[in-house]
Design a protein around this ligand. Sequence first.
Ligand SMILES: Cc1ncc(COP(=O)(O)O)c(C=O)c1O
Length: 387
Amino acid sequence: MSAILNTYNRKKISFKRGKGSFLYTENGKRYLDFVQGIAVNCLGHSNDYLNKAIYKQSKKIWHVSNVFTIPEQEKLAKRLKKKTFANYVAFQNSGAEATEAAIKFARKYFYSKGQPKKNRVLCINNSFHGRTLATIFAGNNKKSTEGFYPKVDGFDHFNFGDHKELEKTITSKTAAIMVETIMGEGGIKVIPDFCLRGLRKLCNKKKILLILDEVQCGIGRTGKFMAYEYAKIKPDIVPIAKGLGGGFPIGAVLVTKKVASVMKPGTHGSTFGGNPLAMSAGNAVMDKLFKKGFLRNVKKNGDYFSDKLEELKIRYPKIIKEVRGQGLLIGLALHEDQSTFIKNLMNNKLLAVKAAENVVRLLPPLNVTKKEINLALKIINKVCVDY
Ligand SMILES: Cc1ncc(COP(=O)(O)O)c(C=O)c1O
């Protein structure tokens, strides 16, 4: 009997080690891992460069409080600033902590501007921003909120793609709109570029903040460092996490100068957020992601994978309904519940993970090879044939 709280539907399988795109069981069985900790291990398992960076740092210093200056943190913040819209960065430990901080910053912004009643955040129904009390009520998915009332107030909602409802739901109390640039858990639903531009314009018109949750779709996953770059817009606040540490837990919130101006010492904090060990991982990930051609390759491999999956959709129209996503954030939407399909992939040594709307999520490491993608395609094809 496991002593672990039963909050996950865990598979019986466990892994002894991983290397790159593969995981190995105790008895040496090899699995092609297109889960990668759910878009976390952006450089694959046990990446030598990342291992060295963490090891080197571990011999110097692991953790010091944020009451001291942390040079490794200064370095990563400057790099994030250089590569994004942001002027300032606040380090956290996870995606939920980062999105919750984003909500706090939006509220604090209007409070500090003398508008304390402007404190509501408008989100998409059935989106996902984490598992803290505030973020589950931001996401407004019954599966996450059931049993956890009373509701954390301060969130309003509209349905994905419903522009009219969105405009109607904005009131004088709305402080920000917060959406995932690509809805991950919600079924790999990409917000089209023109809608993102529309959101930016709407936020400007209403003088409210735009928060783009890039916890899952950021850090090179789409072939751009940040997914919002495709729409050529600048958000006000962006929580990030997952890929940033390449497997080491890190979260961060990117903010503009305007938002940063209201955050004073003591207004927010985190004991672990941005410790030197975590920062060594983040800096190593940045080194790799910004190597010449790396992100271009993510896009190229992502396009190749999606194109080939489209061919499978044409071949198996009764099984595959739609191919969704961008770069290496890919969803295969099936006509029926995807559990058996995912189980069959696993029986054929390919690991994938569920998302809403019958979606099979395929999240290879960002340095996946074409050969590994072809292996995955072969397995997906076999599972379709045997279905
Ligand atoms: C878009 C988005 N936001 C927030 C989170 C929460 O991140 P974490 O699980 O690190 O708390 C997730 C996790 O899947 C996510 O996909």
